[in-house]
Design a binder for this molecule. Structure first.
Ligand SMILES: Cc1cc2nc3c(=O)[nH]c(=O)nc-3n(C[C@H](O)[C@H](O)[C@H](O)COP(=O)(O)OP(=O)(O)OC[C@H]3O[C@@H](n4cnc5c(N)ncnc54)[C@H](O)[C@@H]3O)c2cc1C
Length: 457
């Protein structure tokens, strides 16, 4: 087979797979090079295994309320069973992704790829070169680990899914969504869990009601939060790891996990050989059509540092293929992306936070706080929060923030009217579905409070 292609894709993750498949469907000769497993982060060690583990951990909350519905539960948990079931499912998905690539004729090459020029890629293990009219870099991102003494003793989300055994305790450094999701997973599975974070509240950038609400939920589930502190060093301590903090305290933990951010995978890729420029944050700089500073090289997904989410990478990959191989120039709109945090309680958000919206004009804020129905028979007091932010006097909906059961599913659907620039009146026109939590979003009467000239009234 010739080593000349219309398109060589580096990375068979969310963005790369979609781009390769679509380009091949449009008649291009495509090769995709993957050094690990087809499916990438999302399928192998991201969204999919994470959500499966979230489901596993949520039985704990259900057992908690079960007796109030008449159930007597005597449950125990087996970690190896979960790990094996997860492995079976991601292997099934890996095969599905592989066959979806092969069906339209994409050649899959298992190797590490390096860019060696505007139209050439080198295969490291195979020690051969490929020539391509276009190269798509879709190499994703990798966990950043702070270079502290003993950092090698810690793990990242990559290893967390396959720990040989559940630890008695875990220390998770970070305050982002990966940190809080893994904290609720491990705490739900019975692990003594601590989050250590340099900031003063988890989930920086989220709406304050979501941050404080989740913080209370984590504490309620026994998760300890240490703020304004970092890990300075790690050392062996018998079977445990001793973590020394920036305040001088040292404490032992079964496992220490870094969830301290992710860096675009650009190191050692050879991008400089083709004049591909990076952003100040170290991601590949691209234009609205995902084209880099080298006209024959495009980049999509996490490596571009736009929005590190699977559906965004997929959309960027698809629109790249439309633009380059289907004569249909399309740019991804990154302005309104629904996002979830699969913590316990769950968060789903879209649009502006209250803080952001209040600085951009006069707004009305509608907030409902109530015990979700599943808690009402039990002694659980945890409340759900639904917040709708609109332009003043019932204008355009600017943001929606939900904390509680089903938040992610609700926000996915709210993304539709928001994409159509729906107003409060459009929401009001919908007939409520009862009994549901989401009905609150279409039955808000007067605003809970408003902002006028930047001031809360
Ligand atoms: C723990 C965790 C949970 C997450 N949860 C969610 C979630 O709930 N929802 C969501 O939307 N997103 C989630 N994400 C983010 C999501 O996984 C990423 O945004 C998405 O996978 C990005 O796709 P991508 O195509 O850019 O890169 P990736 O999927 O990372 O794929 C890149 C691929 O390139 C390969 N590669 C890298 N360099 C080379 C090379 N030189 N040669 C050959 N191959 C190479 C890698 O092995 C990898 O397979 C999560 C991420 C993590 C880590």
């Amino acid at each position: 087979m010739s080593d000349t292609y219309d398109l060589v894709v580096i990375g068979a993750g969310s963005g790369g797979v979609r781009a390769a498949r679509m380009a091949a469907t449009y008649g291009a000769k495509v090769a995709v090079i993957e050094e690990f497993r087809v499916g990438g982060t999302c399928v192998i060690r991201g969204c999919v295994p994470k959500k499966l583990y979230v489901y596993a951990s949520r039985f704990n909350d259900l057992f908690d309320v079960a007796s109030s519905f008449g159930w007597q539960v005597d449950a125990s948990f087996d970690w190896p069973t979960l790990v094996a079931a997860k492995e079976k499912e991601i292997t099934r998905l890996e095969h599905a992704y592989t066959s979806n690539l092969e069906k339209p004729g994409v050649e899959i090459i298992k190797d590490r790829a390096l860019v060696t020029g505007p139209n050439t890629v080198h295969l490291v293990a195979g020690d051969r070169d490929l020539t391509a009219k276009y190269i798509l870099v879709a190499t994703g991102a990798a966990p950043f680990v702070p270079p502290i003494p003993g950092y090698q003793l810690g793990i990242t989300s990559n290893e967390a899914f396959d720990l040989p055994a559940l630890p008695h305790s875990i220390l998770i450094e970070g305050g982002g969504y990966i940190a809080v999701e893994f904290a609720t997973i491990f705490a739900g599975l019975g692990v003594d869990t601590t989050i250590i974070y340099r900031g003063d509240c988890i989930l920086r950038g989220f709406d304050d009601d979501m941050r404080r609400g989740l913080e209370a939920g984590l504490i309620d589930r026994g998760i300890k939060l240490i703020y304004q502190t970092t890990i300075k060093s790690l050392a062996r301590h018998g079977d445990d790891i001793a973590a020394t903090f920036s305040d001088g305290v040292t404490a032992p933990y079964g496992v220490v996990m870094f969830a301290t951010g992710r860096n675009p995978n650009v190191r050692g890729l050879g991008l400089e050989t083709a004049g591909v420029k990076l952003t100040p944050a170290g991601a590949i700089a691209v234009d609205a059509y995902s084209q880099t500073s080298c006209p024959s090289i495009y980049a999509v997904g996490d490596v571009t540092g736009r929005a590190a989410l699977t559906p965004v990478a997929i959309r960027e990959g698809w629109y790249f293929a439309e633009t380059v191989f289907n004569n249909n120039k399309l740019a991804v709109d990154h302005s309104q992306i629904p996002t979830a945090v699969f913590s316990e309680p769950e968060i789903g958000v879209i649009g502006l936070t209250e803080g952001e919206a209040a600085t951009h004009g006069d707004i009305d804020v509608y907030v409902a706080r109530f015990r979700p129905m599943i808690n009402t028979l039990s002694t659980r007091t945890e409340r759900m929060v639904l917040k709708l932010i609109t332009e003043k006097d019932g204008g355009k909906v600017l943001g929606c923030h939900i904390l509680g059961p089903g938040a992610a599913e609700m926000i996915q659907l709210i993304a539709i009217p928001m994409g159509m620039t729906a107003t409060k009146a459009d929401f009001d026109r919908a007939i409520a579905l009862h009994p549901s939590a989401a009905e609150e979003l279409v039955t808000f009467k007067a605003p809970s409070y408003v902002y006028r000239d930047g001031q809360k009234v």
